[in-house]
Design a protein around this ligand. Structure first.
Ligand SMILES: [Zn+2]
Length: 93
């Protein structure tokens, strides 16, 4: 019985890692396509905690909403913050 649980756990683990690898490579491709300027500056790992420039909340950059505001690219915790920031055209006072 316990062997069965271990086997299931191993399979689950393998699937989880396979999916993580697939999504990781997709996200890399997407960010390379939208990157464009070639400087590479400002790119962060998906699991890195970054601060939303609008509401100053920490969140994993992988779930962030990338948005270009003026000449700069920012990553927001959600669509609402991205909207507010881009409407104002800069960080809150
Ligand atoms: Zn925010």
């Amino acid at each position: 019985m316990i062997l069965k649980i271990i086997i299931y756990a191993a399979i689950f683990y393998a699937i989880f890692y396979a999916l993580k690898g697939i999504f990781g490579s997709i996200q890399r491709q997407v960010s390379e396509e939208e990157g464009g300027d070639g400087s590479g500056g400002g790119e962060v790992a998906d699991d890195e905690m970054i601060v939303c420039p609008e509401c100053e909340t920490y969140f994993p950059s992988g779930i962030g909403i990338p948005r270009r505001v003026g000449r700069e690219r920012h990553r927001f915790c959600g669509e609402e913050c991205a909207g507010e920031f881009s409407v104002r055209g800069g960080p809150p006072e």
